[in-house]
Design a protein around this ligand. Structure first.
Ligand SMILES: [Zn+2]
Length: 46
């Protein structure tokens, strides 16, 4: 994911166990919420 801070915009790799939680960007230290993963569906419908 990408840091929502427009002045930062760094790509951040958050651990999977931090999904849905508030984390801080290691670059600009701005707190933001990690989006929860959506259930993926196979477009092929297999
Ligand atoms: Zn940032």
């Amino acid at each position: 994911m990408i840091c929502p801070n427009l002045g930062c915009g760094k790509t951040i790799s958050a651990p999977t166990n931090s999904r849905g939680k508030i984390v801080r960007c290691p670059y600009c230290n701005a707190p933001f919420r990690v989006p929860e993963p959506r259930p993926q569906q196979d477009p092929n419908g297999r």
